[in-house]
Design a protein around this ligand. Structure first.
Ligand SMILES: *Cc1c(COP(=O)(O)O)cnc(C)c1O
Length: 229
C-alpha cells in the first residue's frame, strides 16, 4: 500500500509533468489537499510529509480538525457550500474560501472577519456546466459579482473556481476549464488583479493545468477513495 507521502510525491510529479507539457512553471501551481471525511490523524501524516494547505467542505469538519490540529500552522481552505449560519466559524478559521456564489454571504464573511486577521482570500465559484450543476454563479453574472466583492475591506479577491459536472467527455471538460481562464482574463482586463484559477481535481488535474490552473484541489489521489459522500 502506498503511503500518504508516496501519494503526495506522485501528485507533485503529475503537476510537474502537466506544467512542463503546458509550458507553465510548476512553481506557479499550488496543491491544496482536500481532506473532507478523513480524520485529523491522516492530515497530520500529510503535514509531516510537507503539505501545508488543506481544504474542507463541511463547517463541522473544519471546526473539529482545526481544533485537533491547533498545534500545526495549517492554511485552511473552505471549499464547500457556505450556509449563512456557518459564516462566523468559517471567517475565523479559514485563510481561503473558494465557493463564493453571492454577495450576501460574502458580506457576512467580510463583516465577521476579525480585525486582527489578514483579509480572507476568496474565489468566486462559477457554474460553467449549465443545468448539470447547481453550484456557482452563472457565467454572465460572474464579472458583476467580482466587481461588488472587490470593495469589501476584509476580503481579498483572489480569483475564480469551478467544478465541471462529473463524467463530462474530455473535450467538454477542457472547454469548461478554458472558459474559466477566459473569464479570468476578462476580469483582469477590467482591472481586477486576480491571481488564482482554482481548478483541477484528482481525475482532471492535467486538463486544468493545460488551461492555466494555478491551484489544484486534490483528495482521492492523496488519501484514497472516500467511504462516504
Ligand atoms: C471533494 C472535492 C475535491 C477533491 O476531489 P477528488 O476527486 O477527491 O480529488 C476538490 N474540490 C472540491 C470542491 C471538492 O468538493
Amino acid at each position: 500500500m502506498p503511503t500518504i507521502c508516496d501519494n503526495l510525491a506522485e501528485v507533485h510529479a503529475r503537476i510537474e509533468r502537466a506544467a512542463h507539457g503546458a509550458r507553465h512553471s510548476p512553481h506557479a501551481i499550488s496543491l491544496l489537499t482536500v481532506s473532507k471525511t478523513w480524520p485529523a490523524e491522516r492530515l497530520r501524516e500529510a503535514w509531516q510529509c510537507g503539505q501545508r494547505a488543506f481544504g474542507e467542505n463541511y463547517a463541522h469538519e473544519l471546526q473539529s480538525k482545526s481544533a485537533a490540529l491547533a498545534d500545526l500552522p495549517i492554511e485552511w481552505h473552505f471549499i464547500g457550500h457556505i450556509q449563512s449560519n456557518k459564516t462566523r466559524l468559517i471567517s475565523r478559521t479559514a485563510a481561503w474560501v473558494h465557493g463564493i456564489e453571492c454577495l450576501r454571504i460574502a458580506e457576512r464573511l467580510d463583516r465577521q472577519r476579525e480585525n486582527g486577521l489578514p483579509p480572507l482570500n476568496v474565489c468566486v465559484q462559477v457554474n460553467l456546466s449549465g443545468e448539470a450543476s447547481k453550484s456557482g454563479v452563472p457565467e454572465e453574472a460572474a464579472l458583476g459579482l467580482l466587481q461588488q466583492l472587490s470593495g469589501l475591506p476584509h476580503l481579498r479577491l483572489r480569483g475564480l473556481m469551478t467544478i465541471p459536472a462529473p463524467d463530462l467527455p474530455q473535450d467538454t471538460q477542457q472547454a469548461v476549464f478554458d472558459s474559466l481562464r477566459r473569464l479570468f482574463e476578462q476580469a483582469n482586463a477590467q482591472g481586477l488583479n486576480l491571481d488564482t484559477l482554482s481548478m483541477g481535481m484528482s481525475h482532471d488535474l492535467e486538463a486544468a493545468i493545460a488551461a492555466g490552473s494555478t491551484l489544484v484541489r486534490i483528495g482521492t489521489a492523496i488519501f484514497g477513495p472516500r467511504q462516504s459522500s
